[in-house]
Write a protein that binds this ligand. Structure first.
Ligand code: GCW
Length: 666
């Protein structure tokens, strides 16, 4: 398989004078990240200017040879924060200063980005430090090479139960470092079969090799762990976290693992969820389970990232008292303050499962004494599977900006996961990856904006979704105005459009069972009765108020009251929180049923507009990119109609209420 360079595809910039005289990159290289920084700068400048600057092992002194930028100097300045950088012009040089080589690497990629955007170098003065300590990707790759919810080909980490460390992995590391991602989990949280053995001798050499390649780009390697490994490997009859022999088993195993792979960051665990084993089997809590593992990795500086996606997938959705939305909160809230310091709870952005619209997970603002990480999904499982365009950064911006009211100030989700609210360092944001071995890494070329955007956002959450989009377009496809305007329009309109032709007003799901693609109102596989939306001929929506499941009250005020009251609940979440008649008037002035019809027509119209505008880019984008995107857009055009027609017909038949505008509803 070949692969492309995505946003690291540097092209010659004929008219960009600022880089034409750069002759030297100066640095004292005493580690791999420093060496890689030098190599990245030399490569980028060579490709963009036509001349490769020389490396000199210099300490950035030397004569100032005048106002023209002739050299780039990398210098450690121990006064700065970890991973932070300062890039500035001084006489004939651009200085990149940082307290560590990771900061130097990020500063180098910052400078390259500025060059890709053809910014003036003489006036450069950029000081940045990452907002979130941990900025991670989670791959759901299986060792046979398949990827759970993977829509961009197969795994590039695993083929036929063997690990691969090759040129592509090297480029992968560069792509991540260029946007500031500093951690990655390479295997699926559903750890099955061979993957259980990643913590054994069979894979150590490769795991170590990979950890070193990634480490050279400031990225820590993590593995997903099978909670029942001692049992599944046939070395113990139990995985009870309080059993002495189990505790010892893990301590011994971790001693060996870390002796073989000293740079391993730690482990991600999915327990007691969707068939995965966990401490519940032994009547123990998730704190018992997580702490037992945390103690085993603690001597080696390891971290245990424990997922809060714990719910009973066998639940009877007809039972109005059980509510899947509550389960994360109910399982973890009582454990607040009981986790060891090297445990992080990883919480999905919403209480359900990466739907196009969900409220914010109530554990954010609930937990006050526990390290927390936000988990989002750029794989687009429920948001078009990298066949529809769905730029998710606007959604992530909303999530991060959400005030939890756990404090009077510094109480947003962003504040919590960047460690400001509770003064933590073990926190951050993780995205379920959208990468695979397709030539362009993400299947849909425009889905790359989600990977790029995720990294940029976790590093600098003050950037707007639009700024990130504009930056990505320029670094990927150059500075043509029509290209920028068109793709920016497509990206920025894509999530709103997708929401419009998808499940309405926060109710979620409505997808075909198991593969979660395409419309099917009653289809969700974990609700075989087709009742989760509670739709009948009179109305729709789930009562999660105090008269229903009580979920609305899990938030701090004023959210609890706002969500609890049908009159104040925001339109976009109305059906998540309340059951209302189809004739219910929204704040927009429309009835629920008319809203469903209108939005489904509007969403399709936006897709048509995207298709029409994109057609004008022929000849302005690389031919292959144009063709691939045009093909996917044609599918989106057809498929958005399928969504519109299925949803509208379903509710027309159910409610018997005609469209006010008299449009044909199939
Ligand atoms: O959304 C669900 C997916 C599962 C996934 C699970 C999870 C890895 O359908 O495929 O399993 O979420 O997040 O654990």
């Amino acid at each position: 398989m070949s692969f492309e360079q995505a946003y690291l595809n540097y092209t010659l910039k004929e008219n960009y004078e600022d880089i034409k005289n750069i002759r030297y990159v100066e640095a004292v290289c005493d580690d791999k990240r420093m060496e890689n920084s030098v190599a990245e700068l030399r490569l980028a400048i060579e490709k963009m200017s036509g001349t490769k600057p020389e490396y000199t092992a210099d300490d950035c002194g030397g004569e100032n040879a005048g106002p023209v930028i002739a050299r780039i100097c990398l210098k450690i300045n121990s006064q700065m924060d970890p991973e932070a950088y300062h890039v500035y012009a001084e006489g004939d040089k651009i200085m990149i200063e940082a307290s560590d080589s990771a900061g130097i690497l990020y500063g180098s990629f910052e400078l390259i980005r500025q060059m890709q955007m053809e910014k003036e170098l003489k006036t450069l003065d950029i000081k940045k430090k990452p907002d979130m300590p941990l900025r991670m990707l989670n791959h759901w790759d299986n060792m046979d090479g398949s990827i759970e919810r993977g829509y961009a080909g197969d795994s590039f980490f695993f083929v036929n139960n063997e690990m691969v460390v090759d040129e592509r992995i090297h480029t992968y590391a560069r792509l991540l470092a260029a946007v500031g991602i500093n951690g990655t989990v390479i295997n699926n949280v559903n750890v099955k079969e061979c993957a259980t053995y990643l913590i054994t001798e069979r894979y150590w050499d490769k795991v170590r090799e990979l950890s070193e390649v990634l480490g050279g780009y400031g990225i820590k390697l993590f593995l997903s762990l099978n909670y029942a490994a001692p049992v599944e490997m046939g070395e113990n009859t139990s995985a009870d976290p309080l059993d002495e022999s189990v505790i010892k088993w893990w301590k011994d195993r971790m001693k060996k693992v870390y002796a073989a792979v000293p740079k391993l960051g730690g482990f991600l665990i999915k327990a007691d969820s969707e068939g995965r084993p966990g401490p519940f089997t032994y009547n123990r809590t998730h704190a018992d389970g997580a702490n037992m593992l945390a103690e085993a990795v603690e001597p080696y500086g390891g971290t245990i990232i424990w997922r809060c996606f714990v719910y009973n997938c066998q639940q009877d959705w007809r039972d109005k008292k059980t509510d899947r939305a509550r389960s994360g909160y109910d399982n973890f809230m009582g454990l607040d303050g009981t986790f060891r310091d090297n445990v992080i709870l990883q919480i999905k952005n919403g209480p359900m499962d990466f739907q196009v619209r969900e409220p914010i997970h109530p554990l954010f603002g609930g937990l006050e004494k526990t390290n927390q990480m936000l988990e989002v999904q750029i794989a687009q499982e429920y948001t078009g599977q990298q066949r529809h365009i769905c730029y998710l950064i606007p959604m992530f911006k909303e999530v991060l900006a959400f005030r939890t009211y756990v404090r009077d100030t510094y109480d947003t989700v962003r504040d919590i996961v960047s460690g400001k609210t509770f003064h933590q360092r073990n926190c951050g944001m993780a995205a379920v990856s959208n990468m695979g071995n397709d030539d362009n890494w993400t299947g849909h070329d425009l889905a790359m904006a989600n990977l790029y955007g995720f990294g940029r956002l976790a590093f600098e959450p003050d950037l707007s979704a639009q700024e990130i989009a504009a930056e990505w377009i320029t670094v990927s496809y150059g500075r043509d105005e029509l290209v920028k305007e068109t793709i920016e329009y497509m990206l920025m309109e894509s999530w709103p459009a997708y929401e419009k032709y998808n499940a309405p007003l926060g109710i979620g799901w409505m997808v075909n069972p198991s593969f979660h693609y395409g419309p099917n109102v009653d289809g969700y596989e974990y609700d075989r009765w087709g009742t989760y939306h509670r739709a009948d001929h009179l109305g729709i929506g789930v009562d999660r108020s105090d008269k229903g499941t009580g979920y609305a009250l899990l938030y701090h005020e004023p959210h609890a009251s706002v969500y609890n009251n049908v009159d104040t609940c925001p339109d976009e979440l109305l059906l998540f929180f309340h059951h209302v008649p189809y004739t219910w008037k929204l704040k927009s002035g429309k009835t629920v049923i008319q809203h469903i019809y209108d939005t489904h027509f509007e969403g399709v119209e936006t897709v048509d507009e995207m298709v029409a505008r994109f057609a004008k880019l022929e000849g302005k984008l690389p031919e292959l990119v144009f063709k691939r995107v045009a093909d996917r857009l044609a599918h989106q055009k057809m498929h958005s109609r399928e969504w519109r027609d299925q949803i509208n017909t379903y509710f027309y038949r159910k409610s018997g209420i005609a469209d006010e505008k008299g449009r044909t509803i199939y």
